[in-house]
Design a protein around this ligand. Structure first.
Ligand SMILES: Nc1ncnc2c1ncn2[C@@H]1O[C@H](COP(=O)(O)OP(=O)(O)OP(=O)(O)O)[C@@H](O)[C@H]1O
Length: 385
């Protein structure tokens, strides 16, 4: 397979194409670690997001995956300016979110909403569903007259598959799946363009997960929504996403159209993550290597030098991996023009099989449970035997 690569850096000064809703360049969110009696001494930083560079296109679903602690949630929150960026820019519809203040920021927030993992903790238990939904609408001047507001509330409930009687109830009176529907209705209530869904189904029973994923897909179609879905679960992300980004210790290591990424993972970390997901049809052709990663995720307060993944990488080569941090590069694979990006010095050689993994147990998975096409999401535990 022939490959060619072009270097891109987060700071490249290129115009944002019309089809891009969110353009993120060199985004960093570092949290100070405070010590001392009055917590007035900064003794270090947690490099939660450390150089994110990506675009989300209008109307697409971008799935962001990675292990717990890699910075996914912080990144999602920073897009909505719920976290202050330390460095870098987030352009939303051409406007630099970091430059907004007061009323302009509040108005922009109407276009960007968040759906959380645990609806119970994100919904005030003392408020009825009616009050929860009205709150955001009123804050943005969308529920001026009572009759129109009531009609809108009913419309929202119907959109998320809840009966009008739900309006008078409190969050604890609903099941987990229903509560997530309320959380989604609340996000929808202000007519956003972008919804950041942070682990939207991981707190739900497996049987309910697919229903909520299907609902998100239906709503996207109906309301022309753009989604960033943040999840540790590759199966959920695969099901719902047009494109997928894989995050490791604060930055993307790989990004591609979902089908391409799953068909041809190029980064060693993506390969390891994927190798832990059961295949739908474990025939001889579909057998694949299971890669066991050595060690835990390093602390984001003390990330490794060079390639962040080098301490666990089964393909690690010589010194360059220890000392030089690889940039995300566009890899042009035959038949897949220019949409696959990877941050690995040796991606092409690994892909061509010129470099083999070492010091790890790489074995073929003989037997995995067959999964139907709309497979139940599977929790990915990198490194699990
Ligand atoms: N407000 C904060 N102050 C200090 N450290 C923080 C803060 N928020 C997050 N962190 C740290 O930043 C790192 C990234 O956290 P984040 O929640 O973004 O990761 P994640 O990939 O979403 O993981 P999870 O799925 O467990 O939420 C973690 O080490 C976390 O402890």
């Amino acid at each position: 397979m022939s490959t060619a690569a072009t270097e891109t850096t987060p700071q490249d000064d290129v115009a944002v194409p019309d089809d891009v809703l969110v353009d993120v360049r060199g985004l960093k969110v570092h949290f100070p670690i405070k010590r001392g009696v009055f917590f007035d001494r900064t003794v270090g930083h947690v490099y939660a997001v450390d150089g994110m560079d990506m675009q989300i296109k209008r109307g697409e679903t971008y799935g962001l995956v990675g292990e717990s602690g890699c910075g996914k949630s912080t990144f999602g929150r920073a897009l909505l300016r719920l976290e202050e960026p330390t460095e870098g820019t987030v352009l939303f519809d051409g406007v630099d979110v970091a430059s907004l203040k007061g009323e302009t920021l509040r108005r922009k927030r109407q276009d960007m909403q968040m759906v959380f993992q645990d609806p119970l903790s994100s919904l005030d238990p003392r408020q009825t569903v009616e009050s929860l939904l009205l709150e955001g609408m009123q804050a943005h001047g969308l529920a001026k007259d009572g009759k129109a507001a009531t009609a809108r509330l009913r419309e929202l409930l119907s959109a998320v598959g809840l009966p009008p009687a739900a309006l008078r109830k409190y969050p604890h009176e609903f099941s987990g799946g229903q509560r997530q529907r309320i959380g989604i209705a609340r996000a929808l209530s202000v007519n956003p363009q972008l919804i950041v869904a942070d682990e939207p189904v991981s707190a739900l029973d497996v049987s309910v997960q697919a229903q909520v994923v299907n609902l998100l897909e239906e709503l996207q179609e109906e309301f022309s929504l753009t989604y960033l879905v943040v999840a540790h679960d590759l199966a959920v992300v695969r099901h719902i996403s047009d494109r997928v980004g894989v995050m490791y210790l604060g930055a993307l290591v790989e990004e591609a159209d979902a089908d391409d990424l799953y068909a041809m993972p190029l980064h060693p970390y993506t390969r390891a993550l994927m190798s832990a997901v059961p295949v739908p049809d474990p025939t001889t052709e579909d057998r694949r290597e299971r890669i066991i990663l050595a060690g835990d995720l390093p602390s984001p307060a003390n990330p490794p030098t060079g390639c962040r993944f080098h301490t666990r990488c089964p393909w690690k080569q010589e010194e360059r991996c220890d000392t030089e941090r690889p940039q995300l590069r566009t890899i042009e694979l035959e038949g897949v023009p220019g949409t696959h990006r990877v941050a690995c010095h040796f991606a092409e050689q690994i892909q061509r099989g010129e470099i083999q993994p070492h010091e790890v147990d790489v074995s073929f998975v003989e037997q995995v449970d067959a999964q139907p096409d709309d497979a139940t999401p599977v929790t990915v535990e990198p490194g699990a035997p």
